[in-house]
Design a protein around this ligand. Structure first.
Ligand SMILES: Cc1ncc(COP(=O)(O)O)c(C=O)c1O
Length: 395
């Protein structure tokens, strides 16, 4: 049973948790899902990899999400276990034969991504001809358009995508294109550019697309980052549709992860020791803070001290996680009250995306406490000081 509190501060006052606690906000998750589902001119599929917690999935489903971008057979199974009306799209471009077979024969999955002719051969062989497949070719999006670049591993050139589409063409089959502009993409124009590439691949292949999927990547506010609203991305996407003359019969998808779930969870961590301007926390890069370490994501933070006030004056701190690995550190400076001390808790906001799914059990640390909270998402404010100048991304 997941306990409910009015806020993370109330949770701390009641439980005084010794381990990190995820504070889920189902109302925020539902509201964000509703907003995306109604604003996007097509179908929103949620990228399950971003946060696969059943409570998170349930709230998104309540908000109207019915389609899921699944990257593995485990995700396909989990979605089928939880919902009676699942629509899973297997959007990982490289899959094992066993995963394809299970998805196709046991779970009725018909949409598969690919970016190589050998994957096409695999899909056709395993599904014994694959006459009823929807095959979605992944294009490589231009690089350096997002805080977390996703190019370099998956995706083909426009020319190779056109060849793959031609090779995949067969009566009964549906064909499509997809791309991912990179996660936390701050520039709506990145979608327009990638859609132009999709238009070129389609024209070179000489086909009418059955599916166009503009991927994920939509951004959320972090400290020092005020992204354009989702509506600006929708406007760029609409412009892209007009620019490439997308046919009205093309099924249109997006696959957001981060943007749907970041605000739906805060995490409460405890300060175990203060050494000068270093704080040793009970969570770190092997837990839920790896985006802080590797992508320089600057989450909003506030101190929770149930027994008294906290100073208004700020000092820049270096943060350390709980494991014995010296790389388990986040250099900062992270601006926190100058009198922060052992025994204080810190609420970290915008923690619904790529957090609990990435935690390990390294050194025996593994956060497993989840609560619900009823307050609004803990968002950054303009007054919060960024830990360092933001990385530049293409405009
Ligand atoms: C294929 C695919 N779709 C969607 C997503 C979700 O991206 P984001 O969380 O940036 O929206 C990812 C993230 O890695 C992905 O690989």
């Amino acid at each position: 049973m997941t306990q409910t509190f009015d806020s993370p501060a109330d949770m701390v006052a009641a439980l005084r948790p010794e381990e990190p606690v995820y504070c889920l906000r189902p109302h925020e998750l539902r509201a964000t899902a509703e907003r995306y589902v109604s604003a996007f001119p097509g179908t929103v599929m949620y990228a399950v990899k971003c946060n696969d917690d059943r409570r998170v999935l349930r709230a998104l489903h309540e908000g109207g999400v019915r389609h899921f971008d699944t990257a593995s057979i485990a995700e396909v199974k989990a979605i089928n276990d939880q919902f009676s009306d699942p629509h899973c799209h297997f959007m990982h471009p490289i899959k094992s034969r066993r995963a394809i077979a299970e998805a196709y024969y046991d779970y009725g999955v018909r949409t598969f991504a690919l970016d190589h002719e050998d994957e096409l051969a695999k899909l056709v062989e395993v599904t014994e001809g694959g006459d009823d497949l929807t095959l979605v070719v992944r294009l490589e999006a231009p690089r350096n358009q997002a805080v977390c670049d996703l190019s370099g591993k998956f995706g083909t050139t426009v020319e190779d995508a056109a060849d793959l589409l031609k090779a995949a063409r067969k009566p009964g089959r549906r064909l499509g294109l997809t791309f991912h502009v990179g996660s936390q993409c701050l520039a709506p124009s990145a979608y327009l550019r990638a859609m132009e590439l999709a238009g070129r691949a389609r024209d070179l292949a000489g086909i009418d697309l059955d599916v166009l999927d503009v991927g994920g990547g939509f951004p959320v506010p972090y400290v020092g980052t005020e992204p354009p609203p989702f509506e600006s991305f929708v406007a760029a996407i609409e412009e892209g549709k007009a620019l490439i003359g997308l046919s009205a019969r093309t099924a249109f998808f997006c696959e957001p992860g981060r943007a749907l779930v970041a605000g739906g969870c805060s995490m409460v961590v405890k300060v175990e020791l203060r050494r000068g301007e270093s704080l040793y926390l009970n969570d770190g890069m092997y837990g839920s803070l790896s985006d802080m370490k590797f992508d320089g994501i600057d989450f909003p933070m506030r101190v929770i001290r149930p027994d008294g006030p906290v100073s208004d004056r700020l000092t820049g701190f270096h943060l350390f996680g709980p494991t014995c690995d010296s790389t388990d550190s986040m250099p900062g400076p992270y601006w926190l009250p100058e009198d922060i001390r052992e025994g204080d808790w810190i609420e970290i906001g915008q923690m619904g995306a790529y957090t609990n799914v990435l935690r390990s059990r390294f050194n025996g640390f593994h956060a497993r406490s989840f609560t619900f909270v009823k307050d609004p998402a803990f968002l950054p404010t303009r007054e919060m000081l960024p830990n360092k100048p933001r990385r530049r991304v293409a405009a």
